[in-house]
Design a protein around this ligand. Structure first.
Ligand SMILES: [Zn+2]
Ligand SMILES: [Zn+2]
Ligand SMILES: [Zn+2]
Length: 353
């Protein structure tokens, strides 16, 4: 994600900000220009005017502090492009549910930003045709256990994932090294785009040559994975132990990691980071200049060459703060090849192509 700036006074601002921390001007994110706009003037009927005279309304979810995206005056929608994808949200009258939903929305908006940056196709669920993308955010109630996952275009999230204690317990139980709401979204949208970009496409054979044949029984593969665990040398071929369970899960995990890399590299690019560690003899692959917007970079190997030194720096900074490693994963040559295919198919899948 980029670092934004108040267009009125120049103060740095985060993607999620609704007002400037310095001059207090209202801020909102415009999903068309992909920029945070300052809205210094009131317009008519709940509209606000940006610094060049265009009028916008906030998305309806701004009232619930769940969104800061803008809708242009000429667009009659009540919800922004990210919120229009919601099918089910929890009962916001329950304060604990509302807090969890806000955390979930924050992550979901970051996900949708990435899709917009790549110009990947998505549109809200059409219940008649069963096509499109939809989000269901649900709490487990009574005996019903809500499972986080993807099924034919619907991404379901158990809102307990937005609770730090609940998520930490699940992480321990599943023996995972990384578990975040944003990570879940990146994984599940990977399943969605497998259907859009890989299934029935020319890329399918290449997918099978790298990830394996997805026609093997999914239910059986998962059963075997939970019974026996990952093969002992899984790190050579898979980004996570779970990725070894089935080619679809390998794809979704690899896809999610590609999204982690690109988002983090965009932040580093936005800050003009250069990694130049004070090490004797300058070992290969430890320094980099992050000089290119990763969303526009055509060459995956360039991204990887920036990522390795950056992740070393990130992990070291986290250790200095007494925190666990920010990126506790190793990208082996086999995994890099898989990520390069994700990179290629994302770029091919852009609507504007
Ligand atoms: Zn300002
Ligand atoms: Zn919204
Ligand atoms: Zn999955």
């Amino acid at each position: 994600m980029k670092l934004f700036q108040c267009q009125r006074c120049g103060q740095p601002a985060y993607f999620e900000n609704t007002s400037c921390s310095n001059c207090k001007t209202l801020l909102g994110f415009d999903p068309i220009q992909l920029d945070l706009l300052a809205l210094p003037e009131m317009g008519k009927e709940g509209e606000f005017i940006d610094t060049v005279g265009n009028a916008y309304r906030y998305c309806q979810n701004q009232k619930q502090e769940g969104c800061n995206w803008l809708i242009s005056q000429s667009d009659p929608s009540r919800f922004c492009r990210a919120c229009a994808l919601n099918r089910v949200i929890p009962d916001l009258a329950n304060p604990a549910y509302k807090r969890r939903w806000q955390t979930i929305e924050m992550a979901k908006h970051r996900l949708i930003y990435a899709l917009l940056r790549w110009d990947l196709p998505f549109f809200p669920r059409n219940e008649t045709t069963g096509s499109g993308l939809g989000f269901d955010f649900k709490a487990s109630q009574n005996q019903e256990n809500v499972l986080t996952g993807h099924a034919s275009g619907i991404i379901t999230m158990n809102i307990a994932e937005a609770d730090d204690v609940e998520r930490a317990m699940a992480k321990k139980e599943m023996d995972e090294v990384y578990r975040t709401v944003l990570g879940h979204f990146r994984h599940e949208i990977g399943h969605y785009y497998w259907e859009v970009l890989v299934a029935g496409s020319e890329g399918l054979e290449e997918f099978r040559s790298l990830f394996g044949d997805e026609r093997v029984s999914y239910a059986n593969a998962l059963k075997i994975h939970y019974q026996n665990g990952a093969p002992s040398n899984w790190q050579q071929n898979y980004i996570s132990s779970y990725a070894s369970s089935h080619p679809w899960e390998d794809w979704a995990e690899t896809w999610a990691h590609y999204l982690h890399l690109v988002d983090t590299l965009e932040t580093a690019f936005s800050f003009g980071l250069t990694i130049n560690p004070k090490l004797e003899n300058h070992p290969a692959g430890t320094s980099t200049l992050i000089s290119e917007d990763p969303y526009l970079c055509a060459d995956f190997s360039k991204l990887l060459h920036q990522w390795i030194p950056l992740s070393l720096a990130l992990n070291s900074l986290n250790r200095s703060m007494g925190l666990p490693d920010s990126y506790p994963f190793v990208i082996s040559p086999v995994i890099a090849k898989k990520m390069a295919l994700v990179h290629k198919l994302i770029r091919k899948g852009a609507v504007s192509h």
